[in-house]
Ligand binder design. Structure first.
Ligand code: NAP
Length: 289
């Protein structure tokens, strides 16, 4: 959204293609406490405020799923599910995807008990017992959110220590109903018509047991989602787009902004900064600079 705003404000004709919700991961975050200017703001609200700036800048909005990017002379064809668009320059700001658990039962119960977004789906499990998988900021943030609305939350993590920031560890410690299940890995999602539990293996004893829950929230990290662009731009072994700090990629006229590119710090503020840099470089590219 920042790239679109900067490019439109610079006088370019901009089409913003989005397959889901404007704001992406922001919309699935309960509270954001590290975006300057706001002590605390709901993820949906920050997304909405940015979106209002997008519409005010006169950006064309398109709801579609980008399948691939192809060269067309000096231009690019952006091939989407519904239509194909031609552009003189392209800014890729598609973020990242959620890592799956990759265990039996996950696919069968996806959307029927297995969720990748506590803020989106937590309410369906109000007053019930749920499990959260992971030990990073997302997992602990999800556990704290669910701790406030669910009966019991089992926080299942494969190590004894969490990788999450201290403030998230402090937050979960304040809940009596969050039970840590550390040094355990998920083995299988259990259920027939509905999800009834999660089978976990104790890494210290190798014993396996089933924890009865109605919902499983996977928060095991993020992975790149760049298959659509891999033939056009260079990507790292992990699939992140290689670019310099001005968001310039290996393909002339293609820029990469935010979590999708190889970088150390993936935050909203760094994604916004990339968006501004990418738009500025795209403008210079189009002006032959
Ligand atoms: P993450 O930091 O990569 O954490 C993923 C967690 O899942 C790790 O604890 C990892 O265990 C565990 N895990 C990975 N694969 C697993 C598997 N197959 N089975 C079981 N456990 C598995 O991911 P994240 O929490 O989604 O955060 C992603 C990025 O977003 C981070 O940079 C984070 O700081 C940022 N973020 C920031 C905020 C904020 O600042 N407010 C909030 C949320 C996220 P190990 O620890 O053993 O590797």
């Amino acid at each position: 959204m920042t790239a679109a705003i900067y490019a439109a404000d610079a006088g370019l004709s901009v089409r913003l293609i989005e397959k889901g919700m404007y704001g992406g991961q922001m919309t699935t975050t309960d509270r954001i406490e590290n975006y300057p200017g706001f002590k605390e703001i709901a993820g949906w609200e920050l997304s909405q405020r940015m979106f209002e700036c997008v519409t005010a800048s006169g950006v064309s909005l398109t709801s579609d799923n980008v399948l691939s990017l192809e060269r067309s002379g000096t231009n690019y064809k952006v091939i989407c599910q519904k239509e194909t668009y031609e552009a003189n320059a392209v800014i890729i700001a598609n973020g990242v995807a959620r890592r799956k658990l990759d265990i039996p039962g996950e696919k069968e119960f996806a959307g029927r008990g297995v969720s990748y977004c506590a803020v989106c789906d937590g309410n369906f499990f109000r007053g019930r017992d749920v499990a959260v998988i992971g030990g990073g900021n997302s997992a602990l943030e999800d556990a704290a959110y669910l701790g406030g609305i669910c009966n019991r939350v089992f926080l299942i993590h494969r190590r004894d220590e969490f990788r999450a920031d201290e403030k998230y560890v402090r937050a979960i410690n304040s809940f009596d109903n969050i039970e840590r299940v550390t040094s355990h890995v998920p083995v299988r999602i259990v259920g027939n018509e509905t999800l009834t539990g999660i089978e976990v293996r104790d890494l210290k004893t190798d014993s396996v047991r089933t924890i009865p829950v109605s919902g499983v929230f996977a928060a095991t990290g993020l992975i790149s989602d760049n298959n659509a662009f891999a033939g056009i731009v260079n990507v790292t072994d992990e699939g992140y787009i290689v670019s310099d700090e001005n968001c310039v990629t290996s393909a002339p006229g293609v820029f990469a902004a935010g979590d999708t590119r190889q970088k150390k710090l993936r935050q909203i503020v760094t994604a916004c900064a990339d968006g501004a840099s990418a738009a500025k470089r795209a403008l210079e590219y189009l002006n032959g600079v």
